[in-house]
Design a protein. Structure first.
Ligand code: SF4
Length: 431
């Protein structure tokens, strides 16, 4: 078996290299000062790779300025241009960034055109030393794949394999690959399947960027991320990780660092059902407890567990442990007692204050147990990426939002001030 590595500026990831922690700015990339300040803060927090929204050529120019400013300050953290759709922006960014993140299937609806653009990008990347991340998300697979495999983990893995096979033929392997979903089970299964397919059909394993997308915020955002990423890290899958939170991106870094450190320590017995945790603070408890019990719950090896925990020396009550357990069970797709929130972390494309809106929506909809509610920052990627949400609240720009039901837009152009109330009425069936 050949284990490939991926060189992203001064950071190399892959088999035998440390797992790299990464995050993504949620600033408008055209706002150079704000973006530099956020990169600086991420760097100070220990973030080793930083991604910025780079949807067009203007953002590529801004990225060049951001990079120059950071390098002047002695900050050498590799920068990743987050592209998604625009092949011209990807080609230009490959001359600026240390890595470009693309979903090559989005380059064109015509597969042959998308293939040609991908080949051109690999040529430029070979010249400039830029790495490529092939980033496919659950819910953004093209019709060609979904008609053959469904919108499934296998579909995600097969879609990634097509591009990896092409890359191997093109003799370009400075690549990392990701298959994210907000559903921890789907995401873990997709990465496992891809690992197996790479080993069996390519005879080589590309480094993997692992994360749970649209995990949300607070306790549940952390629990979902720890369950999904932690399960894979324990199995040796994952070379760079991103904990995706609808919060200040700086908050993502300590969670990822804690996960990396837990994964490098001895794993508990997989069928263990009794845990004892001594945590420094609340989030330390959330992370440790999710890492201990989450993987076995996710894979159905255990159905329940008991836990004794202290936080900063105080013993947690049974009610506190039970409240955590409810969140963990739901994050592991085992028992649904609350609404399920699928919230994007926000990025340079975000069209409203998603962090405060998510809090408002969670408060207004907490009675809808079992209902999947997506809160997405932009109309370009949001609808595709909210996958199987029952309802969606998506920013349109200009102070307007669109509400979705069953994946279809049902109310467009609603003033943002009326959005939460209308969402509740839509879920209630009183609209
Ligand atoms: S849905 Fe849009 S705003 Fe949210 S993270 Fe994805 S691209 Fe950014």
């Amino acid at each position: 078996m050949k284990y490939l590595s991926c060189k992203i500026g001064g950071v190399t990831i892959g088999h035998g290299y440390p797992v790299a922690v990464q995050s993504m700015c949620n600033t408008d990339t055209l706002d150079i000062d704000a973006s530099v300040a956020q990169c600086r803060a991420l760097h100070a927090a220990g973030c080793e790779i930083i991604r910025l929204t780079t949807q067009g050529l203007r953002q590529v120019e801004a990225l060049a300025q951001i990079k120059a400013r950071l390098r002047e300050e002695g900050i050498a953290t590799p920068l990743v241009a987050d592209i998604h759709f625009n092949a011209d922006a990807a080609l230009a960014a490959a001359k600026v960034a240390e890595k470009v993140r693309i979903n090559p299937g989005n380059f064109s609806k015509d597969f042959e055109v998308a293939k040609a653009k991908f080949a051109e990008l690999t040529r430029v990347c070979r010249e400039t030393g830029c790495a490529i991340r092939i980033g496919l998300n659950h819910g953004s697979l093209g019709e060609r794949i979904t008609s053959a495999y469904g919108n499934t983990p296998l579909g995600m893995a097969r879609a990634a394999m097509e591009w990896l096979q092409m890359a191997v033929k093109l003799d370009f392997t400075n690549i990392t690959v990701s298959l994210k979903s907000s559903n921890t089970k789907v995401m873990a299964d997709a990465y496992r399947l891809l690992y197996k397919l790479m080993a069996e059909e390519l005879g080589m394993v590309f480094p993997m960027h692992v994360g749970v997308t649209e995990a949300g915020a607070g306790d549940t955002g952390r629990i979902k991320s720890v369950v999904g990423i932690g399960t894979l890290l324990r199995e040796g899958i994952g070379d760079t990780i991103r904990v995706s939170l609808t919060e200040d991106p700086v908050n993502e870094v300590p969670v990822a660092q804690a996960l990396r450190s837990l994964a490098s320590s001895a794993a508990p017995d997989p069928s263990c059902t009794s845990f004892s945790i001594d945590a420094a603070d609340h989030y330390d408890f959330i992370i440790q407890a999710s890492f201990m019990a989450g993987p076995a719950l996710l894979d159905g090896r255990i159905d329940d567990f008991t836990m004794h925990a202290t936080v900063a020396g105080r013993e947690l009550t049974k009610d506190e442990i039970d409240a955590f357990k409810d969140d963990l069970m739901q994050s592991c797709r085992r028992r649904f007692t609350k609404p399920e929130y699928i919230a994007c972390p926000g990025c340079g494309r975000t069209l409203y204050d998603i962090q405060s809106l998510l809090k408002k929506i969670m408060e207004a909809t907490k009675q809808f147990a079992g209902v999947k509610i997506a809160v997405m920052g932009c109309i370009v990627n949001g609808p595709g990426e909210m996958a199987d949400a029952d309802y969606g609240y998506v920013g349109e720009g200009g102070g307007k939002v669109t509400l979705y039901k069953g994946g279809e837009p049902v109310l467009r152009g609603i003033p943002q001030e009326e959005g939460v109330e209308k969402l509740v009425s839509l879920i209630n069936g009183t609209l």
